[in-house]
Design a binder for this molecule. Sequence first.
Ligand SMILES: Cc1cc2nc3c(=O)[nH]c(=O)nc-3n(C[C@H](O)[C@H](O)[C@H](O)COP(=O)(O)OP(=O)(O)OC[C@H]3O[C@@H](n4cnc5c(N)ncnc54)[C@H](O)[C@@H]3O)c2cc1C
Length: 231
Amino acid sequence: MTEQGITILNDVTLNSVSNDGNKPVITANGQNYTFDAVLYATGRKPNTANIGLENTDITTNERGAIVVNDTCESSVPSVYAVGDVNGGPQFTYISLDDFRIVFGALTGNGQYTLKDRKNIPYTTFLTPPLARVGLTEEDAINKGYTVKTKEMLVATMPRAHVNDYLKGAFKIVVNAENNLILGATLYSQGAEELINLIKMAMDNNIPYTYFKNQIFTHPTMVENLNDLCNF
Ligand SMILES: Cc1cc2nc3c(=O)[nH]c(=O)nc-3n(C[C@H](O)[C@H](O)[C@H](O)COP(=O)(O)OP(=O)(O)OC[C@H]3O[C@@H](n4cnc5c(N)ncnc54)[C@H](O)[C@@H]3O)c2cc1C
């Protein structure tokens, strides 16, 4: 973003937002900034207000999420809450996975519950996409893991040159005691696809060393996992 000429100011106290008759003006930390437009990001929360839950025995938490058990069942038996409304990670694929759990519970086939859910990868669809799974190095250290890590610049990757798009980096965080992958951050073209492969390795306790000697097609972004995991 900085390369694109965007200035990022963190820890700013907004004093006012006004309009000079033409454009919005923000006063922040005592200085005036004029913009073409102001986008105001508030975050999201479960949309449970004004649907009459107060007339039921369905329990909500302090953020308005419907409290559910491990099969997405609310405090009223046989009433289920799936997706954003139950306060889990707010992604389409988590709503789908909640469905799998409820479908299993209702048809009697279900052994899979919220407790069994493994790593949840996610992507911020920037250009290029920023995809993550598991812990960052800082998270892992804070959790008491002894970690080893490796980073690679996309500019060193053959496929990036084929694509003529060199921006980005890969980083992997590994538990130094057993070589299991604790997390990864991929910031590159194709990262939104690749992250799912790392998620599967993590879910199945496949050590990072497995990627080092995997045969991958060339020229692809995925083949760079050979080098990323060569340490
Ligand atoms: C801008 C934006 C970008 C996103 N991008 C991504 C992304 O790239 N990838 C991703 O995985 N997730 C993304 N998400 C999140 C994803 O959209 C949600 O997690 C997902 O839609 C949740 O599914 P849901 O079925 O729980 O709720 P919803 O999809 O919100 O469905 C709820 C439905 O209930 C209806 N409804 C609400 N109140 C009532 C009522 N009283 N009576 C009847 N019907 C009602 C609504 O109209 C809606 O159709 C994004 C969300 C936003 C806002």
